[in-house]
Design a protein around this ligand. Structure first.
Ligand SMILES: C[S@@+](CC[C@H](N)C(=O)[O-])C[C@H]1O[C@@H](n2cnc3c(N)ncnc32)[C@H](O)[C@@H]1O
Length: 188
């Protein structure tokens, strides 16, 4: 797993410098966010883990480490076929295919499947955050955790979403200034 993490970190860094087109870029979380996600996911209450926005599976590897520790499975959703292919290669190289299911498709079309969710990481296009949040929050276990990425790096576009979550009386929530800004919400 360490070798695949290092390979994707190098590719992501190069993407950001070499003019790779937006949709082709990995756009993955920095390492400190991966560590933060793993810590939170390992501490979440029992129940399945979900990731919305896989890319090549960098954050998925961090979550898989936590899922092994907390005896839960992770399902990760990705809409782009080329990213799904990369992610499936990552799962094989990292030896986590037994813990992770990679779904090629839009989370919103599969959300009815979920109940008692212990942990969710939301890292998709910003225009689907509201819809994904609404679908997940109703399916979360009591004490379940949802983390949404980019709430500081994309503060302007995500400000209405963040305000809505911070004032949603179904959750306790806070913005944590780590990585690109993580909104952490805990289901009451
Ligand atoms: C920022 S990248 C994810 C990075 C990944 N979480 C990581 O840190 O390694 C966002 C990904 O979400 C995917 N995506 C966008 N909307 C989606 C949706 N509705 N359902 C599933 N995936 C989606 C995009 O194709 C893109 O690959």
């Amino acid at each position: 797993m360490a070798a695949r993490m290092a390979e994707l970190e190098a590719r992501d860094a190069a993407d950001r410098l070499d003019g790779t087109a937006h949709l082709a870029r990995l756009r993955q979380v920095p390492r400190e966010t991966g560590e933060f996600l793993a810590l939170l996911c390992a501490a979440a209450p029992p129940g399945p883990a979900i990731e919305i926005g896989t890319s090549a599976g960098y954050s998925t590897m961090w979550l898989a480490l936590a899922c092994r520790q907390s005896a839960r499975r992770l399902t990760t959703y990705e809409v782009l076929a080329e990213k799904v292919e990369l992610a499936r290669a990552t799962m094989a190289l990292a030896g986590i295919e037994d813990v992770v299911e990679v779904v090629h498709g839009d989370f919103r079309g599969d959300a009815a499947r979920w109940h008692g969710v212990g942990f969710c990481f939301l890292d998709a296009e910003k225009d689907v955050y509201d819809a994904c949040y609404d679908l997940v929050v109703g399916a979360m276990a009591s004490g379940g955790l949802l983390v949404a990425d980019n709430v500081i790096s994309h503060a302007a576009v995500l400000e209405p979403f963040v305000t809505r979550v911070l004032t949603d009386d179904r959750v306790d929530a806070i913005v944590v200034p780590i990585g690109k800004g993580e909104l952490v919400a805990r289901r009451r």
